[in-house]
Design a protein around this ligand. Structure first.
Ligand SMILES: [Zn+2]
Length: 214
């Protein structure tokens, strides 16, 4: 068994975007649909843009693993997982294709019509497991699917500390406390930085600020 039933009090409110991180589509397809693999996902999108609906969203897929976001833990309980075919950082990380973005946009529009999911609730695996995961990674451009994750009103206070910005971004407090450098790397992936490091520069603070408030 590689999926389970959703508990009645756990409502779907997030979409988690992943890459497959495997050498080819067949391997990813097999793993995600193998009942002994311990992993699954609701959707898989090939580089050509073909959509595989592997599991009905009413079931809980096992895509996020140990994960936290905002005030919640075990994000599988609350989410729908979408996997984009990409070899990933381990096997040769590549740009996502135009067809993948088109198909992803279609799935997201469909899910938004059926669940209460806002732009803010479309999140990355690297956001909810920053100490373990890099996907979908810095080559994933969310602007290509017309989703604006962050649109906070211009600051009410003059200055936000880095920690306050990390909270606003959505990281679970325990991650900010224990894995801050990974949180910073995760934000850099969201910002599509080419070089990912935990270094905090003035440019990073400025870019992070613009990501949240513009
Ligand atoms: Zn993932």
């Amino acid at each position: 068994m590689n999926y389970s039933f959703r508990k009645k009090n756990k409502i779907v409110k997030y979409i988690v975007i992943h890459y497959t991180g495997m050498k080819n589509l067949n391997l990813a397809y097999q793993k995600l649909s193998d009942s002994y693999s311990n992993v699954s996902s609701h959707y898989l999108i090939s580089r050509g843009g073909k959509i595989f609906n592997l599991l009905c969203p009413k079931f809980k897929a096992w895509h996020a693993g140990k994960s936290k976001w905002g005030l919640e833990t075990n994000i599988n309980d609350y989410s729908i997982g979408i996997e984009l075919e990409n070899k990933g950082h381990e096997h040769g990380y590549r740009n996502f294709t135009k067809n993948q973005y088109i198909s992803l946009g279609k799935i997201i529009n469909f899910l938004r019509a059926n669940f209460y999911i806002s732009d803010r609730d479309i999140i990355y695996h690297s956001d909810i497991s920053p100490n373990r995961k890099k996907d979908p990674g810095e080559k994933f451009f969310i602007n290509n699917i017309d989703v604006k994750r962050f649109k906070f009103k211009k600051k009410q206070i003059k200055y936000y500390s880095l920690n306050q910005m990390l909270v606003l971004y959505g990281f679970h407090l325990s991650y900010i406390k224990n894995y801050k450098k990974y949180c910073i790397e995760s934000v850099k992936r969201s910002l599509n930085y080419k070089n990912i490091s935990p270094q905090i520069t003035k440019k990073f603070i400025r870019d992070f600020n613009n990501l949240l408030f513009n």
